[in-house]
Design a protein around this ligand. Structure first.
Ligand code: AMP
Length: 410
């Protein structure tokens, strides 16, 4: 294993490394930092939790020269899909850039446009932005990207999923052809590959933590349950053992709100964080979760991508994610930095097919977990038993627990 000293970083950045409290480089840092320092385009297939932020932030700082003062003409641009992720990236970049006295600016939607603009006009060396607000700035000609020396597209697959491809194409068309480009993405599909072929020729390609490896620290299980019994099961699950810091995923913003209310009514302290909450509500919820004021955060996929809270003990998929990739992202919030984590997925009959896709992608059968004494509705379908039933008899798919349904709070 290499050390940070072997990667070619300048002594000022080595100070940043110790301020960030990093001892040794992670694999993505080990592989990405040297080619970035050489000025190569880099395409890295790496998920959150691999140390990818520092993998681009550290060498980027060394690559650029200081931008002209008092102008909105950045020399480095980092584009991320969500405001939360942008804020976290900005934090790492600011710490690392301190010895260089670079001006690091954050431009995101959901907060007032004018103050952001005024800060930009006071000078910017490194800009961290979400695509929507950045596009507004470009369209209003408030920002000049012609001097960008390094462009980072962080979590490119998520930007694609969120419909940010048009602004990304515009940004790629606005920076100079000689601009060094770094792309980080959990998955690299055909659309991203096409873009890499056009804009990032001869890029160094790095692949970190194949899907199976990323989840080895995580104890996965599923809980088959009727859709209408999910809240009841969740309350029983949370009551059965101390779950620690828990992130709960729902399919929609509305379901996140409804669930947070149900938990609140049952004296479980929690908050919901999703795209319809304003920036200060989101920031507060995230802070309360990080500092341990609340132990449960209910969220949606879009929001989750940017949540970098260490020491998350459990992930509960209240709704089975529709895409298997989202499953990997969701459960990847736990089991980080050598610690074990738990990931439990509720699977209702209408979610079995999505759950199958997840098992297929994970190349494993996710075991069923039950709570002793919980009265499941008879109509619930247990995936593994269902499969066994398919083998033995061609027809009946339903497996239930012939127990009386006990009255439970909702
Ligand atoms: P990221 O993948 O950039 O979201 O990083 C995930 C977590 O790993 C963050 O909490 C970082 O502070 C931490 N981290 C990044 N690089 C290192 C390193 N070299 N040593 C220890 N922790 C690190």
């Amino acid at each position: 294993m290499k050390k940070f000293e072997d990667l070619g970083l300048d002594p000022k950045l080595m100070k940043a490394v110790s301020r960030l409290n990093y001892k040794n480089p992670t694999p993505v840092q080990e592989q990405a930092i040297p080619p970035i320092l050489e000025g190569r385009h880099v395409v890295a297939c790496a998920q959150t939790g691999t140390g990818k932020t520092a993998a681009f932030a550290l060498p980027l700082i060394q690559r650029i020269t200081r931008a002209s003062r008092k102008k909105a003409v950045p020399h480095a641009l980092i584009v991320t899909p969500t405001r939360e992720l942008a804020a976290q990236v900005e934090k790492v970049v600011s710490i690392a850039a301190q010895p260089y006295e670079y001006k690091v600016r954050l431009v995101v939607g959901g907060i007032k446009y004018k103050p952001q603009l005024e800060r930009l006009r006071r000078g910017v060396d490194i800009l961290v932005a979400t695509p929507g607000r950045l596009l507004d700035l470009i369209d209003d000609q408030h920002i000049d990207l012609s001097q960008v020396q390094v462009l980072v597209l962080d979590e490119a697959d998520r930007m694609l999923d969120m419909g940010f491809w048009p602004p990304i194409k515009k940004i790629l068309g606005t920076v100079s052809p000689g601009c060094q480009k770094l792309l980080f993405s959990a998955t690299i599909g055909s659309e991203i590959n096409k873009m890499v072929g056009v804009h990032m020729q001869n890029a160094v390609k790095i692949e970190i933590a194949r899907k199976g490896e990323t989840v080895r620290q995580i104890d996965q299980s599923c809980m088959p349950v009727e859709h209408s019994q999910k809240a009841e099961l969740l309350l029983a699950l949370l009551g059965s053992s101390p779950a620690g810091k828990t992130l709960i995923f729902t399919r929609t913003k509305r379901r996140a709100d409804v669930l947070a209310k149900i938990l609140g009514r049952n004296q479980i302290k929690c908050q919901a964080i999703h795209g319809d909450r304003n920036q200060s509500q989101r920031t507060r919820a995230l802070k309360d979760f990080t500092t341990g004021r609340i132990n449960i955060l209910v969220t949606t996929d879009v929001m989750a991508r940017g949540i970098h809270v260490d020491n998350i003990d459990s992930v509960i998929n209240y709704d089975t994610p529709i895409s298997p990739e989202d499953y990997i992202h969701r459960i990847g919030r736990t089991g980080r930095a050598g610690k074990r984590g738990d990931a439990t997925t509720f699977v209702s009959p209408d979610e079995i097919s999505a759950f199958r896709d997840i098992e297929f992608l994970m190349k494993s059968v996710i075991p069923v977990k039950d709570i002793e004494g919980f009265s499941y509705k008879e109509s619930r379908i247990v995936p593994q038993k269902e499969r066994a039933a398919v083998k033995q008899k061609p027809k009946p798919f339903q497996q239930g627990r012939p127990q009386r349904l006990r009255g439970r709070r909702r």
